[in-house]
Design a protein around this ligand. Structure first.
Ligand SMILES: N[C@@H](CCC(=O)N[C@@H](CS)C(=O)NCC(=O)O)C(=O)O
Length: 332
């Protein structure tokens, strides 16, 4: 894993660690929005009108942030409107690359070998991380946005008249409450697991892991009398949480030391996770081999020998994950 400096790839570690050993994630760089009429969105510039066939998603099936975008594309029925290129799951000295691996696709748009070439094409003097997901505009040959929370919100909003199965996952009346819960879940859970795994001091780890499990305890209580986070209606916050939950026992529990208890010991969270897993099309977005190989083989600083713990595969083979591996619903 490296970074780009003035348009050139460098195989050096990112500087996302603070003095006290805390991992602080850097902000994403491309922040334009696709809108219904091409007017500017909340950030960035305008000119990106929602159109079928105009945009392309670069994803990794391993990545929980890219998975958010894939879920929206799949359940809103946008497979024909927004095509995808899928990277090899193990990003090493060249970062994400397009090479052979089951279900990886190669770069269908820019014929790049490495994802950093796509960033350089969008901005020849780009400095920063090279991350997935990337939402690419074929018309202007640039990156519209590489921040998953915004990509999912713009897909869910701007494509409403294009998506055959459009559902409103961000209903206006719940907007502020969804935003508030998203923030709590992002800090303590979505990014909390990474902060546990990438902590460089005992103290930083202790604080983060305590907050992570306090947050899971709280959500388990909330889900005791609520099917989803906001009652019986699935909203954006549920999908944002889901992509972390399905990676928890196979990966975060071992690899990121999030092991006060396994997720499967939370009765309500488990029931909730399987309800979301059973949503039509969702199993087809989960590629367990990409997930396992990415975390255990690419994160060499925290797992230098690339050893996959035996329990990781057992967790993916056991219920409710078993059916996920079979992809019986086909590609999505
Ligand atoms: N804030 C970004 C984070 C994306 C991100 O960090 N993706 C990871 C994969 S899970 C990545 O591409 N990492 C490569 C790197 O950091 O060099 C988002 O939500 O889209």
């Amino acid at each position: 894993m490296g970074i780009m400096i003035s348009g050139v790839w460098h195989d050096t570690e990112t500087t996302e660690v603070q003095k006290d050993g805390q991992f602080i994630r850097k902000e994403s760089s491309f922040r334009n929005w696709i809108t219904v009429d091409g007017s500017p969105g909340p950030t960035g510039k305008g000119g990106f009108r929602a159109e079928s066939g105009r945009y392309h998603l670069y994803v990794s099936y391993a990545c929980p942030w890219a998975h958010r975008a894939l879920i929206y594309r799949c359940i809103l029925g946008l497979q024909d409107a927004i095509d995808i290129s899928v990277v090899h799951p193990v990003n090493l000295e060249n970062g994400w690359e397009f090479s052979d691996y089951p279900a990886a696709t190669g770069d269908k748009i820019n014929s790049a070998r490495y994802l950093y070439e796509v960033y350089a094409r969008a901005d020849p003097s780009y400095s920063g991380k090279v991350t997935v997901p990337v939402l690419w505009d074929l018309e202007t040959s640039t990156i519209v946005n590489n921040e998953s929370s915004e990509v999912m919100r713009m897909i869910g909003g701007a494509f409403r008249s294009i998506a055959p199965n459009w559902i409103d996952f961000y209903p206006e009346d719940l907007g502020p409450s969804i935003d508030e819960l998203n923030e709590f879940i992002y800090v303590n859970i979505n990014n909390g697991v990474y902060r546990c795994g990438f902590a460089r001091t005992q103290d930083a780890y202790d604080k983060t892991v305590t907050a992570l499990f306090a947050a899971l305890d709280k959500l388990d209580d909330r889900l005791n009398d609520s099917q989803y986070l906001f009652g019986d209606r699935i909203v954006e916050a549920d999908w944002r949480l889901f992509t972390t939950l399905i990676r928890f026992d196979p990966v975060y529990y071992f690899h990121f030391k999030c092991n006060r208890r396994p997720l499967r010991s939370y009765i309500n969270i488990m029931r909730y996770t399987s309800d979301l897993l059973n949503y039509p099309g969702i199993r087809g977005t989960i590629y367990t081999d990409h997930i396992i190989d990415h975390y255990y083989l690419a994160h060499r600083r925290i797992n230098p020998m690339g050893i996959i713990p035996v329990g990781a595969r057992m967790n993916l083979d056991g219920p409710p994950w078993r059916k996920a591996a079979s992809k019986e619903e086909g590609a999505c």
